[in-house]
Design a protein around this ligand. Structure first.
Ligand SMILES: [Zn+2]
Length: 299
């Protein structure tokens, strides 16, 4: 049994309360100048496709890509404000394979705790982290390991909202889903008109707001209602994972960006990370496979 990693390493970081990494951008409600952050998704330790002949407890290949992620990010100059992992940190669902889930979570934490202390780690839950039909028990377990499943923070004058997208897909946790719904309503009212960016695992849609329902999106009726609400509040960008490939879609000028998997891509592009540059009047983003990932970022 691997050594249990203290969950506060990640919890404190994504709460932005680690004094070590504190600088003028962290927690800042006002514009402090250009900055950037890095988006990665789906390290999904334990998932390889097509399946390989390996032990059930062997996820070294995905783990190596996590190690590469940390090394590439730690080597960046200047340092990014944070790294967000858009869900599916691990493959084994706590609702189905709790022991395996624990081992994978521990390995994830062991590797990502090596991130430079000034770079905050923002985690959010994917379906594999809480189960395809999460319940109060699996969400409680996630919270013990990673911290809250929905929350918000300021960085450089931007309001970032992190959402548990499983509540819009399928769940058995009505009480918590209602709490998120109320919290999100409140956030959108309170910060309407400010610069807002959202992180979540499952995309509302991939290419078109009216596209048919499928595994990789959220059902149409709910999707349209929510997207209208987010657009109306002034949300400018939503970053997703879940699809294991890169994709960009628009609703009016609200941009939705899906980022390829760190662990096991299913499209043509090799694993990598996305760099998001935040300027006073716009935001740009570029995906880099690991072998083309830069050492410095012009910002
Ligand atoms: Zn997923």
């Amino acid at each position: 049994m691997a050594e249990k990693i203290n969950p506060t390493i990640i919890w404190k970081k994504h709460e932005f309360e680690d004094e070590i990494g504190y600088d003028k951008f962290k927690k800042s409600k006002t514009w402090e100048g250009n900055f950037y952050f890095v988006v990665g998704s789906d390290p999904q330790l334990g998932y390889i496709w097509p399946p390989k002949d390996r032990e059930a407890t062997d996820w070294q290949e995905e783990l190596d890509r996590c190690i590469e992620t940390v090394e590439k990010i730690n080597a960046l100059t200047p340092r990014p404000q944070f790294l967000v992992i858009c869900g599916d940190m691990v493959n084994a669902m706590p609702t189905e394979q709790d022991k395996l889930n624990e081992l994978q979570v521990n390995d994830f934490k062991r590797v990502f705790s090596k991130l430079h202390p000034s770079i905050s780690l923002v985690c959010l839950c994917g379906n594999h982290d809480i189960g395809n039909t999460p319940d109060e028990k699996s969400i409680k377990k996630y919270r013990e390991e990673f911290g809250q499943d929905f929350y918000s923070f300021w960085c450089g004058g931007i309001r970032f909202l992190v959402i548990n997208s499983q509540f819009y897909k399928e769940h058995d946790a009505e009480k918590i889903a209602k709490q998120q719904e109320q919290w999100l309503e409140d956030q959108l009212i309170k910060y309407k008109g400010q610069r807002i960016i959202i992180f979540q695992h499952i995309p509302w849609f991939l290419d078109d707001i009216n596209e048919d329902d499928q595994y990789f999106n959220i059902k149409k009726e709910l999707r349209i209602e929510m997207i209208e609400k987010l657009f109306d509040a002034g949300v400018s960008h939503i970053f997703y994972g879940h699809c294991h490939k890169n994709n960009t879609g628009f609703y009016k000028n609200l941009e939705m960006i899906t980022t390829n998997a760190i662990g096991n891509p299913l499209g043509d592009e090799p694993p990598g990370l996305r760099i998001v540059r935040v300027y006073k009047d716009n935001i740009t983003h570029t995906y880099y496979p690991f072998e083309k990932f830069p050492c410095s970022v012009n910002i």
